[in-house]
Design a protein around this ligand. Structure first.
Ligand SMILES: Nc1ncnc2c1ncn2[C@@H]1O[C@H](COP(=O)(O)OP(=O)(O)OP(=O)(O)O)[C@@H](O)[C@H]1O
Length: 247
């Protein structure tokens, strides 16, 4: 069975940055010397293999999968198990098996952290994870927009009902700051993250900026040293590690 402190990266709406936060937070924790696994549970909409530019498939030994490693993080994704980017058409009970499969049948070794990149919403996969790893904690991602934070609240309420501790809220795409100016542009408005944190009575952990895409790299979703997002993720990783340590 998988070990380490389990954290699921959740939201209500899609496209708010769960995968971006999962990947960069996992890498930032690994940079701190932690042993980290990242499990892509966005089974229909998996994106981690592409974001981390993993083209190999994992090998198996005696029926156990050896996870692939990228940027110091051990990774498992539905994307490793299907061919040619075919759509996945699965029903609830099969999804549950996948959560179990990734947790039990992979040779994870000793881990400090396991991060789960969740599908949007509060569906079957979230319930399966709540059931399988009841001690799992959550980070809820929203954008500053009212609609995103309103929908994210449902994910938070579900976590509370399942007695899952919410580590805090991360507001992604909070602002844009050009490199040559101190001015902050609030492209998607302001306040959604704080409002959500207040409603759920948890801390707003971070307000992540919108970062321009770096077209000169094969992994544009992984933010490099020197960018605002890189330092934001380093800080977020430290915060999360402190919170987990003292809980
Ligand atoms: N802080 C940011 N700055 C710039 N672009 C971002 C930022 N966060 C996310 N993005 C971009 O927004 C898009 C959606 O992000 P991402 O795939 O991480 O969201 P998601 O919540 O995981 O989506 P899905 O619900 O489809 O799984 C991607 O193109 C990503 O590169």
């Amino acid at each position: 069975m998988i070990n380490g402190s389990a954290i699921s990266i959740t939201s209500g709406k899609g496209g708010v940055g769960k995968s971006t936060v999962s990947v960069n937070l996992a890498i930032a924790l690994a940079n701190m010397g932690k042993t980290v696994a990242l499990i892509d549970l966005d089974i229909y909409g998996f994106s981690i293999p592409k974001m981390m530019k993993i083209i190999n498939r994992p090998k198996t030994i005696n029926g156990k999968i050896i996870p692939l490693e990228s940027h110091g993080v051990k990774i498992m994704s539905m994307g490793f198990l299907i061919k040619n980017n075919e759509p996945v058409v699965w029903r609830g009970p099969m999804l549950g098996k996948m959560v179990e499969h990734f947790s039990y049948d992979v040779m994870w070794g000793d881990l400090d952290y396991v991060l789960f990149d969740m599908p949007p919403g509060t569906g079957d996969v979230a319930l399966d994870l709540h059931h399988l790893i009841p001690q799992s904690k959550e980070i809820i991602i929203t954008t500053p927009q009212e609609t995103a934070s309103h929908v994210a609240e449902r994910a938070g309420v579900m976590a509370k009902k399942a007695n899952h501790e919410i580590i805090g809220v991360v507001e992604n795409m909070a602002y844009f700051k050009p490199n040559d100016s101190e001015r902050h542009y609030f492209i998607f408005g302001q306040g959604g993250g704080q409002k959500l944190a207040d409603k759920l009575q948890v801390n707003l952990l971070s307000q992540l900026p919108i970062e321009e895409v770096n077209i000169n790299t094969e992994t544009p979703s992984i933010y490099q040293e020197g960018t605002l997002l890189y330092s934001s993720f380093q800080m977020l990783a430290k915060q999360v590690d402190e919170i987990i340590k003292y809980q």
